[in-house]
Design a protein around this ligand. Structure first.
Ligand code: 5RP
Length: 222
């Protein structure tokens, strides 16, 4: 099974968790795009919140009804992809640059479902790098603060985020304690958001790959 086929299988499996009347958070990326397309095909009566301009565009194309996040108090479910998933279901996210909106939307639900091909499963976070969103006011100052937390380098990406901020990737190497690093990054002035999502946010991870379909929860993780 190719990575693309695995993404499609995992993404479409998540759409089966959605039923009429639900409010649904829609993540960003090539895996959750399959969820969005499958939701459109099912023509359910659902109300969705998108995590990026790209997802807004796709959801609109397939006929899903979108509202702004402030129009809902909570979401019945949110589905999103990930760049890394560790054995405690901690995630690296933000490869597609949507990390801040993704974290806000994930915080609106008790059922945050992650979809991934099995290449995303890692022992420890870190190889991918840690996506960062930072205020354009003083990017070098923010980058230096991130380096003081242990990043070997902080590489700025081209172009703005959907929020008009800057995006960067911080290289920490293997992250031994994602919760501690997440808290330290949260405390950096001018750092608007980062791509470490703690496992406590995640209800389940739907993974597909050559080994077949798996559902990983906090209870079932190996
Ligand atoms: C975007 C993300 C994506 O969910 C993550 O990059 C995974 O993307 P893909 O499903 O295309 O592999 O966090 O900001």
């Amino acid at each position: 099974m190719s990575a693309d086929a695995a993404k499609r299988a995992a993404g479409r499996r998540a759409a089966e968790l959605v039923s009429d009347g639900m409010t649904v958070g829609l993540g960003t990326g090539t895996t959750v795009a399959h969820t969005i397309i499958a939701l459109g095909e099912r023509a359910l009566d659902i109300t969705c919140v998108a995590t990026s301009h790209a997802t807004e565009q796709l959801a609109t194309q397939v006929g899903l009804r979108l509202v702004a996040p402030d129009e809902v108090e909570s979401l019945d479910i949110a589905v999103d992809g990930a760049d890394e998933v560790d054995s405690e279901l901690n995630l690296t996210k933000g490869g597609g640059g949507a990390l801040m909106r993704e974290k806000i939307v994930a915080s609106l639900t008790e059922r945050f479902v992650v979809v991934a091909d099995d290449s995303k499963l890692v022992g420890r976070l870190g190889d991918f790098g840690t996506p960062i969103e930072l205020m354009p006011f003083a990017p070098r100052t923010v980058a230096r603060a991130i380096e003081r937390l242990g990043a070997r380098e902080v590489l700025l990406r081209e172009g703005p985020s959907d929020n008009g901020n800057l995006l960067a990737d911080a290289r920490f190497g293997t992250i031994e304690d994602p919760a501690a690093l997440s808290a330290a990054l949260d405390a950096v002035p001018g750092l608007a958001g980062h791509g470490i999502f703690l496992g406590s946010m995640v209800e389940r991870v739907l993974v597909d790959g050559p080994g077949g379909a798996r559902t990983i929860t906090a209870a079932s993780r190996s």
